[in-house]
Design a protein around this ligand. Structure first.
Ligand code: PMP
Length: 428
């Protein structure tokens, strides 16, 4: 038995499903999750000493690759000064200044410890600011696991939401309206009916939790227009896209200014950091400036700030995002050529350094329904064959992939060779 397999068996005794976050369990692809003991540069190494080219990057944060020496040095330097104080620090001030200068729509930011907290707090703020209860989200978008956001669409486009998890009271879900992604007409229709009840629209400006679906031209622009028309707060959830699809996030890439934004993942460089921020007029409603309550024992933790700041400085160098975008483009082109040669129906999507892989003959993927046409059985086979070839992809057919700046020619070749072999040996 492999060490990963025996650890997985042991893990299941005291950890539900053997994992601390469900998608890690390989439920979407079958088999035993790899237990990781080391990560460096473009590679992760499992407990059985097998090394893999990594396209998960801890689900997004490791944009510099693993263990970047300058990030590690920044953390080591902070360790000697203590791990947490629960009092303000100079590092937090530097972080807030830096984030607000990188993302022009931010006048003020509040640090938190996870993307879930960031979106939950941004929504509370939008509700407190507008005095309205309802929120709009989109089918297939994920914004963390807070109650209001674990809601799926009701039977018709304009029906109220229903909980997507036991434990979420129907009364909470009632305030969450779920509409189809990339469908601005549905938004306009909904707001025409209920505009004065809606506090905010929260959207992933590139959807990265139903594979990877970029916005169609006009969608984000339309959201901005509709929000202005109805006095609704527009929240871009940039937990995944922030500092990744461009230095200034998807809002810089697509040129749309939201009222509030949430960031996570890259902002902490692998440490538990996220934030929400936006216009001063809205942010002034947060405690202690205003009445909307929000707090955190470890918020702005100095070790986490040190890692995040070092990461943001490194990715601010000219050409950084062009580099990861170019790698992703070459990777996708190479995969497409090999799939075509093997006669496998396959298509890809890309936004900067994030990408999606689809086993489908559909050419344009713009909605949740399009994403669901991807053949899960084929993805499972591909995933395991890639793993055998030394390449670690997200263990789900419906998650985005992430590129780091540690990936180079050698890793591209390993990946494309593994893919050629995988496509040739797929039977489904
Ligand atoms: N928003 C988005 C867009 C995300 O992708 C995620 C996590 N993948 C979250 C929020 C939640 O973040 P966390 O897992 O840090 O709570």
């Amino acid at each position: 038995m492999s060490r990963s397999a025996s650890l997985f068996e042991q893990a299941q005794k005291h950890i539900p499903g053997g994992v601390n976050s469900p998608v890690r369990a390989f439920a979407g692809v079958g088999g035993t999750p790899l237990f990781i003991k080391h990560a460096e540069g473009a590679y992760i190494t499992d407990e059985d000493d097998k090394r893999y080219v990594d396209y998960v990057g801890s689900w997004g944060p490791m944009i510099l690759g693993h263990g970047h020496p300058q990030v590690l040095d920044a953390v080591r330097a902070q360790v000697d000064h203590g791990l947490s104080y629960g009092a303000p620090t100079a590092l937090e001030v530097e972080m807030a200044d830096m984030v607000c200068s990188l993302v022009p729509s931010l006048d003020m930011v509040r640090m938190v410890s996870s993307g879930t907290e960031a979106t939950m707090s941004a929504i509370r703020l939008a509700r407190g600011y507008t005095g309205r209860d309802s929120i709009i989200k989109f089918e297939g978008c994920y914004h963390g696991h807070s109650d209001s956001l674990l809601v799926k669409a009701g039977s018709g486009a304009l029906t109220l939401g229903v909980p997507s998890s036991p434990g979420v009271p129907a009364a909470f879900a009632q305030h969450t309206i779920t509409l189809p992604y990339n469908d601005i007409d549905a938004v306009a229709q909904c707001l025409a009916e209920k505009g004065n009840e809606v506090a905010c629209i929260i959207v992933e400006p590139v959807a990265g939790n139903m594979n990877c679906i970029p916005p169609v031209p006009g969608f984000l622009e339309g959201l901005r227009e509709q929000c202005d028309k109805h006095g609704v707060v527009l929240i871009f959830d940039e937990v995944m896209t922030g500092f990744r699809v461009a230095l200034g996030g998807a809002q810089a890439h697509y040129g749309i200014t939201p009222d509030l934004s949430t960031f996570g993942k890259v902002i902490g460089g692998g440490m538990p950091v996220a934030c929400f921020g936006g216009k001063k007029e809205v942010m002034s409603h947060i405690a202690p400036l205003g009445p909307v309550y929000q707090a955190g024992t470890l918020s702005g933790n100095p070790l986490a700030m040190a890692a995040g700041l070092a990461t943001l400085k490194l990715i601010s160098r000219p050409g950084f995002h062009e580099g990861i975008t170019d790698y992703a483009s070459r990777l996708l082109k190479g995969l497409q050529e090999r799939a075509d040669a093997a006669g496998i129906p396959f298509t890809t999507t890309q936004a900067g350094g994030m990408f999606g892989l689809y086993f489908t003959d559909q050419q344009h993927i713009t909605s949740f329904a399009d994403s669901m046409t991807s053949n899960v059985e084929q993805f499972k086979q591909f995933f395991h064959l890639m793993l055998e070839g030394g390449v670690y992809l997200a263990p789900s057919a419906f998650e985005a992939g992430f590129v780091s700046s540690a990936l180079g020619e050698k890793e591209l070749q390993i990946t494309l060779d593994a893919a050629e072999n995988a496509f040739a040996n797929m039977t489904a």
